[in-house]
Design a binder for this molecule. Structure first.
Ligand code: A3P
Length: 334
């Protein structure tokens, strides 16, 4: 007789427990590092953005956050800005450093939405769900370096949002090509595979000229790729970041990027410190929380035959001039 009443009582207790679990558990505590509360208060902007949205989006956490999001006005927005490349230009460092700004929220993973037919076919709702939770006034940013060199991408991005802001981070083209080669080489070595030398790949054995069929060489012809983007977007919609300076002196580059994104300065020198063991700047979120980029960033490059280096630098020279002319940003590349 008592059974129906007991069942009602039990479901009430269970419901209350579930409610308490999803509404009172402080999910940020589960983050391995960089909790929101301990970030330094960036002058002025913190009033607007009292806390950072939750960015871990997998499994149960993602689901719980989704329910919190509805309650707390957190939303997943399509990106307002995209780091479109260039591969090995310092795209990860740029994304992570911009993410120090309280008004910026990053998609942690490379989404590869516009360069992959498979992902693109999944539609814009799928893409939006790959984005982190953010407050309505915050800027969502993603990076997928393959976008810069993939033919279909500019038109696809244009169709999503013709006024999206586009960031391109570049390094001296020959160094970038070697960095690109080093990444692939490491992948081969992990699989115990042998691989050609950089010289063999970068120089055509029959003509002794630079081998433009080699992808690492082609990617560094920045002007050529950018010209294709300019068929869809005006040049003012791009911001070029100096990837070489981001390594040695990141803050001035971040200031320029903040200005391009129409953001007040929100990243300070305190957020960045040089780690002499890593040989790179690392990120400081608070006195207790800091992190360096993964070890796969900042690999030792192989020594390359100086004659090959000369040949490549000579090859890139006219394309570099063109790139300076288009972008209005000049570098002291050879
Ligand atoms: P190397 O591995 O050739 O040194 P991407 O993120 O686009 O793959 O770029 C990787 C490059 O980012 C690295 O190339 C490294 O030089 C550069 N980089 C810039 N700032 C860095 C930082 N603070 N920590 C580690 N690498 C950084």
């Amino acid at each position: 007789m008592l059974f129906p009443q007991l069942a009602v009582l039990l479901s009430l207790v269970l419901g209350t427990l579930l409610y308490l679990l999803t509404h009172t558990v402080h999910l940020d505590r589960l983050q391995p590092m960089c909790p929101v509360e301990s970030r330094p208060p960036p002058a002025g902007v913190l009033v607007q953005f009292p806390f950072r949205p939750l960015q871990y989006k997998r499994g149960l956490l993602h689901k719980l956050r989704r329910s919190n999001a509805t309650r707390g006005r957190l939303i997943q927005q399509l990106p307002h800005a995209i780091i479109i490349g260039v591969r090995k230009g310092g795209t990860r460092a740029l994304l992570e450093m911009l993410n120090l700004h309280p008004a910026v929220v990053k998609a942690s993973q490379e989404v590869h939405f516009f360069d992959s037919d498979h992902n693109y076919g999944r539609g814009m709702a799928w893409y939006r769900h790959r984005m982190p939770f953010s407050l309505p006034g915050q800027i969502t940013i993603e990076k997928s370096p393959a976008y810069f060199v993939t033919e279909k991408v500019p038109e696809r991005i244009f169709r999503m949002n013709s006024s999206v802001k586009l960031l391109v981070i570049v390094r001296e083209p020959t160094t970038r090509a070697i960095s690109d080669y080093t990444q692939v080489l490491e992948g081969k070595e992990h699989k115990n595979k042998t691989y050609h030398s950089f010289e063999t790949l970068a120089i055509d054995s029959s003509t002794r000229e630079v081998n433009t069929k080699y992808k690492a060489v082609r990617t560094s012809i920045y002007a050529k790729h950018l010209e294709h983007w300019l068929e869809f977007f005006p040049v003012q919609q791009f911001h070029v970041v100096d990837g070489d300076r981001l390594i040695t002196d990141p803050l001035p580059e971040l200031r320029l990027a903040e200005r391009f994104l129409n953001l007040p300065p929100g990243i300070s020198q305190d957020n960045l410190y040089f780690n002499s063991t890593r040989g790179f700047y690392c990120l400081r979120f608070s006195r207790r929380f800091s992190k360096c980029l993964a070890g796969s960033k900042g690999r030792t490059h192989p020594n390359v035959d100086p004659a090959v280096l000369d040949k490549l630098r000579h090859f890139y020279h006219p394309f570099n001039q063109k790139f300076y002319q288009i972008t209005g940003r000049k570098f002291d590349w050879p």
